[in-house]
Design a protein around this ligand. Structure first.
Ligand code: GRG
Ligand code: ZN
Length: 311
């Protein structure tokens, strides 16, 4: 029997195209300030479904370019201040459309490099919040642009290692509780900088594998409930550590499939809840890492289809 069944990829494609164009919905209004990240989740999902050509590439690219500021950074929408996470999303979207060659990369590089602090960490924007998420965003952005040499990589790695906890997980800053989202960011930085040998990969692998619950789903930290987004944050971390087989993949596949809306398309955070674009991406990306034949393969650290990263 096909373990990836039922998987109505055409319904998921229609769902993603529909929500992109539904400018009157409440969700559209609520997410207006970070639309560029929403665009990244939706466009990457469509690309995984082999359907990127169904989008209006020139309109989307023009809008992305209109979100860029003089500093080189991108805002979450045309009227928003620049920040590192939106800048990463913009670069990822441009990479999906193979449009990186048409922009001024050096401006983006200088925006990112200017956000690095003396301890190696990165601020999310000019206001100064520090979080290991921002180190990942900076390192990935510069990896995609081929300009890791523009920052102090050794210091960035040292900061990430200072976020490592005794349990093998990572937090958002030194001393903060381990959380799967942060583990993804920190393992991602170590992977992209060839530094995974600096941690006890078995211990981190154990912390990640223990996120699987009886229902097959994964949680974000101990004693929390399973949620489809961790099929990305946890599973991609295990993939970077080469330990995907440390969890029961058929049970996870079953959990993700049980979160699908089989009538209208899309994937929810847990069974019976309402589908949204983010969890649709996390579900599809998880299924891609698990080898679903109807999806393109995704890269666990770049969070883009493998064929986009043509090094
Ligand atoms: C390109 C894939 C990609 C990411 C960009 C935004 C980002 C970089 C990383 C975010 C990593 C992160 C911290 C993810 C966790 C998000 C999440 C589901 C937080 C929920 O935390 P709680 O405490 O939920 O509300 P739990 O499940 O712990 O109860
Ligand atoms: Zn979630």
């Amino acid at each position: 029997m096909d373990v990836f069944s039922p998987f109505p990829w055409d319904l998921h494609q229609q769902y993603l195209l529909r929500v992109q164009n539904d400018t009157k919905s409440w969700e559209y209004f609520l997410t207006a300030h970070k639309r560029i990240s929403g665009a990244y989740w939706a466009l990457t999902s469509l690309d995984l479904l082999n359907s990127l050509e169904k989008t209006d590439e020139s309109a989307i690219v023009s809008w992305i370019l209109a979100c860029q500021h003089e500093s080189g950074g991108f805002g979450g929408n045309v009227d928003q201040d620049p920040n590192l996470l939106s800048t990463l999303s913009a670069v990822q979207c441009l990479a999906l459309f193979h449009r990186l060659e048409t922009i001024d990369k050096e401006k983006i590089v200088s925006y990112v490099a200017n956000l690095q602090l003396s301890d190696g960490s990165f601020m999310g924007d000019e206001w100064g919040e520090v979080d290991s998420r921002f180190t990942y965003a900076a390192i990935l952005c510069l990896s995609i642009l081929g300009r890791l040499d523009a920052i102090r990589v050794t210091d960035a790695v040292r900061f990430v290692l200072s976020c490592l906890n005794f349990d093998g997980g990572f937090g958002c800053i030194p001393g903060a509780e381990s959380h799967s989202g942060q583990v993804f960011c920190c393992v991602g930085v170590l992977y992209l900088t060839d530094s995974l040998h600096r941690i006890d990969q078995e211990l981190t692998g154990w912390w990640l594998a223990e996120r699987q619950l009886k229902n097959g789903g994964l949680n974000g930290r101990p004693d929390k409930k399973a949620d489809v987004c961790y099929s990305w944050w946890v599973l991609s971390s295990l993939a970077m550590l080469n330990k995907l087989d440390w969890i029961d993949s058929s049970k996870l596949i079953e959990f993700i499939l049980s979160c699908q809306d089989l009538e209208n398309g899309g994937i929810a955070d847990y069974p019976g809840d309402r589908a949204d674009v983010f969890h649709t991406f996390f579900g599809l990306a998880g299924l891609s890492l698990l080898g679903c034949p109807q999806l393109k393969r995704i890269h666990p650290a770049y969070a883009l289809p493998l064929e986009v990263i043509n090094f």
